[in-house]
Design a protein around this ligand. Structure first.
Ligand SMILES: Cc1cc2nc3c(=O)[nH]c(=O)nc-3n(C[C@H](O)[C@H](O)[C@H](O)COP(=O)(O)OP(=O)(O)OC[C@H]3O[C@@H](n4cnc5c(N)ncnc54)[C@H](O)[C@@H]3O)c2cc1C
Length: 475
């Protein structure tokens, strides 16, 4: 029988995978394919930690295909020639895949449709509501989150696709050359990188565990600066972001699990907490549609006037920020968390992003790129949205005049300094009274740097820089 191909991209799972399911429903043998595209394995936003997490995810996917008498078929190279070659050798008649809405993927898939002679079946799988579905009364994309969310919540949500797929069968891959799934070493990465376990069964376990308890306390505990939610028995946030990033869990699985929890909630506060978590799923979809409809935001400000701000070119300060050596403990602890785990708590992301863009007055894109080089959940849309929000240049961003005070943020969200002490061992013995501002001690710890900048001075400098642009616009 003529085979069809399912091309895995950002959907590394077998369950509730819309394109894979449709491919299996044809009754023809399905070739499960993954292509290592060199364009995605380089560039300034490339991350070895994310590559490691993805490779582990591919191995888990390969394992889960074995009981179906097949393996994950690996190809290297530019997708169009790689697909052409496979279509010819396998004699495939159709290609199935789930859409990816980021700018590179949209361009690639447009070219694909013009270049291949087989039937092409793209599916909207990665979001509950794909770009273009949630539009304002005038059929325009929303650029204000609260309005988007209201509409998003009103729309009926697609169900989880489960159950038996008729004539389910995979191609045995007989006659097709199949190299092993590579290791980091094959990409000339020699450092050892520790990342959490990958794959859809781990993702589902994390979701199940979070739904049992964490989701009911989420609104209360989400801002506590978690040290490592991947190893925590009772994490305060779901720690699902890297799994969403690679489609190891679907948004339908997450949404309906949350709705089931909502039905089981015993108090109004618990129900509200579930709602807050669901609204995070809406943030994910909001930023995905922003990048899709306004692709210029990938490298420039959503609000073009802020491109005129006189940002500072300060490579040494950028480096100190990246290394966690600014002299502000909360900022440094967060950056060391990022460097160690490839993940950072959301509140911490906001603090360090505000610090880079407003205290150091460095252009947000530098931070966006630095984050993408480290984050295992690094997602072009969510990361860009988070950075532009923090910098005050984005859609409904934190206004430029609202500048986080890193000491107050530290006192509020890490009151006893546990997060700081964990990530900055050199401050372990500092009394709690001084943990947020150790330079105020009579003898500050010698191994820890003095503050890179005075916050009050930096605040004024940023206000001046932004006001100058505002005034120019008015005059
Ligand atoms: C400067 C900055 C950069 C960021 N970069 C990324 C990124 O590259 N990838 C990424 O997934 N998130 C990013 N975020 C959003 C957020 O910090 C992470 O999604 C969250 O910390 C992940 O932890 P969690 O899975 O425990 O989240 P939970 O609190 O359990 O939330 C559940 C899910 O909702 C989604 N979500 C939550 N908050 C946001 C948000 N603000 N924007 C978009 N989606 C959200 C994520 O998919 C997350 O897994 C960024 C935020 C900021 C301020």
């Amino acid at each position: 029988m003529t085979p069809v191909i399912h091309w895995f991209r950002r959907d590394l799972r077998l369950t509730d995978n819309l394109a894979l399911r449709a491919a299996l429903k044809t009754g023809q043998p399905v070739v499960p394919l993954f292509i290592f595209d060199p364009a995605l394995l380089k560039g300034e936003r490339f991350s070895t930690a994310r590559l490691k997490f993805m490779l582990d995810g591919l191995r888990a996917l390969d394992e889960s295909l074995k009981p179906f008498g097949t393996r994950l078929l690996i190809r290297y190279g530019s997708p169009i020639p790689a697909l052409r070659e496979l279509i010819d050798t396998a004699g495939a008649s159709a290609l199935f895949y789930n859409r990816d809405y980021s700018p590179y993927a949209v361009r690639r898939d447009d070219q694909l449709r013009e270049s291949l002679s087989v039937e092409i079946h793209p599916f909207d799988d990665a979001l509950l509501h794909p770009p273009g579905q949630i539009l304002s009364g005038s059929n325009a994309p929303y650029t204000v989150y609260t309005l988007f969310k209201r509409r998003w919540l009103e729309q009926p949500k697609p169900a989880v696709e489960s159950g038996v797929i008729p004539n389910k069968q995979f191609h045995s891959l007989e006659g097709l050359d199949n190299p092993c799934i590579p290791t980091l070493h094959d990409f000339s990465v020699t450092e050892t990188i520790d990342t959490p376990a990958a794959g859809e069964s781990t993702a589902r376990q994390r979701l199940e565990r979070f739904i049992e308890r964490g989701i009911f306390l989420y609104s209360q505990r989400r801002d506590r600066l978690a040290i490592n939610p991947f190893t925590d028995d009772d994490p305060t946030t779901s720690a699902l972001s890297p799994y969403f990033r690679f489609g190891m869990i679907s948004p339908r699985q997450a949404y309906h699990a949350a709705m089931n929890a909502r039905r089981e909630a015993s108090t109004e506060a618990e129900r509200e907490s579930v709602d807050v978590w669901i609204s995070e799923l809406a943030w994910r979809e909001f930023y995905t549609q922003i990048l899709y409809h306004f692709p210029h935001v990938h490298n420039t400000s959503f609000r073009p006037e802020y491109e005129q701000v006189e940002y500072r070119h300060a490579p040494d300060e950028l480096k100190r920020w990246q290394n966690g050596e600014t002299g502000y403990p909360i900022v440094d602890a967060a950056m060391r968390q990022l460097n160690a785990l490839g993940w950072m708590h959301n509140r911490a992301r906001m603090i360090v992003a505000s610090f880079l863009t407003k205290d150091l007055l460095i252009y947000w894109r530098e931070g966006d790129v630095a984050f993408m080089q480290r984050l295992i959940d690094g997602d072009p849309a969510a990361n860009n949205g988070g950075w532009q929000w923090s910098a005050g240049t984005g859609t409904d961003a934190q206004p430029y005049f609202r500048i986080f005070n890193p000491i107050l943020q530290s006192q509020k969200f890490d009151p006893d300094g546990a997060y700081i002490r964990h990530w900055l061992p050199e401050l372990r013995d500092v009394p709690t009274k001084f943990i947020h501002a150790p330079w105020e001690m009579e003898t500050p710890p010698a191994q820890y740097p003095r503050p890179i900048v005075d916050h009050a001075f930096a605040r004024e400098r940023t206000l001046r820089a932004f006001k100058a642009v505002k005034q120019e616009k008015i005059s």
